[in-house]
Ligand binder design. Structure first.
Ligand code: 18C
Length: 247
């Protein structure tokens, strides 16, 4: 049945052995640990973080930053979603089967390598924004359950000889993204769709990789990040509605 298939493919509670023998393992482990560690660290009171979007329980902050004249503003978003678990959130974010259903910036997505049940390498092209060149990205994606009870997906740019950068129409961009989630429910109760709350921290840094007008880029950023987080979390709530809860 559909449920059995989904259960099988849920993020594993422990790291897949096939990942730990892969050449990317030390990098994946180090960057994922750093990202998860930093994800829930506060932005309140810290210098430089400015709130730019707020809606219900969602808050989005950015820090203005430029590298070699290119806008690379780090983003940090906090959100709270009821009725779905951290593991379910990460399942839908990690699994490519669902990506076209919630990711609106995508033009194409290719699975470059299946490292393990919890790690994949993707090549993606994005919709072009006039007047800039189209962008693509090549990144590994890793989902894990960490010791603190957090489930998280980390995406980070990598290279692959079969997918060279800046050879065709696209300019390669560089991305580091982390979606970290943790679920709470009242002490002494069993978790159900009616009493669980999942706290979400989404952090993203995108380097456009080549010239892009700063004004256009910051406008896209301001519009697309809130759109993404609302759409994605609503999508997961819809998908989970009539399914048994996966803690
Ligand atoms: O995390 C998200 N998605 C994951 C799965 O796809 C994955 C993706 C990471 C890539 C993020 C980079 C997206 C760049 C998109 C550029 C084109 C947008 C076109 C939109 C027009 C309709 O981790 C969710 C990602 C949500 C992305 C929000 C947009 C971020 C914009 C940041 C600036 C991008 C600079 C590109 C140069 C543009 C030139 C003006």
């Amino acid at each position: 049945s559909v449920h059995t298939r989904d259960q099988v493919e849920l993020p594993p509670p422990a790291i897949d052995n096939r990942l730990t023998v892969h050449t990317l393992w030390s990098e994946i482990d180090r960057i994922s640990s750093e990202q998860i560690q930093a994800a829930f660290e506060g932005v309140g009171g810290e210098i430089g973080w400015q709130l730019f979007a707020e809606e219900g329980d969602m808050r989005m902050y950015r820090r203005e930053m430029e590298v070699d004249g290119m806008v690379t503003d780090p983003l940090k978003a906090m959100h709270k979603v009821r009725g779905v678990t951290a593991r379910e959130m990460c399942h839908y974010f990690f699994n490519p089967r669902y990506r076209y259903e919630w990711e609106t910036t995508l033009e194409t997505m290719t699975i470059v390598e299946e490292i393990s049940s919890d790690a994949l390498v993707f090549h993606q092209t994005f919709k072009r924004i006039w007047p800039a060149s189209q962008r693509d990205a090549l990144f590994w994606s890793h989902v894990r359950h960490s010791s603190t009870g957090t489930y998280a997906v980390t995406n980070h740019s990598t290279t692959n000889v079969d997918y060279p950068s800046n050879t065709g129409a696209c300019i390669r961009l560089f991305v580091t993204v982390c979606l970290a989630c943790r679920t709470t429910y009242p002490a002494g109760e069993q978790p159900t769709r009616n009493n669980i709350t999942t706290d979400i921290a989404y952090c993203s840094t995108v380097n456009p990789g080549g010239w892009a007008p700063a004004g256009v880029l910051r406008a896209v950023y301001k519009r697309e990040y809130p759109k993404f987080l609302k759409r994605f979390t609503n999508y997961v709530v819809e998908q989970c509605r009539d399914k048994p809860i996966a803690i």
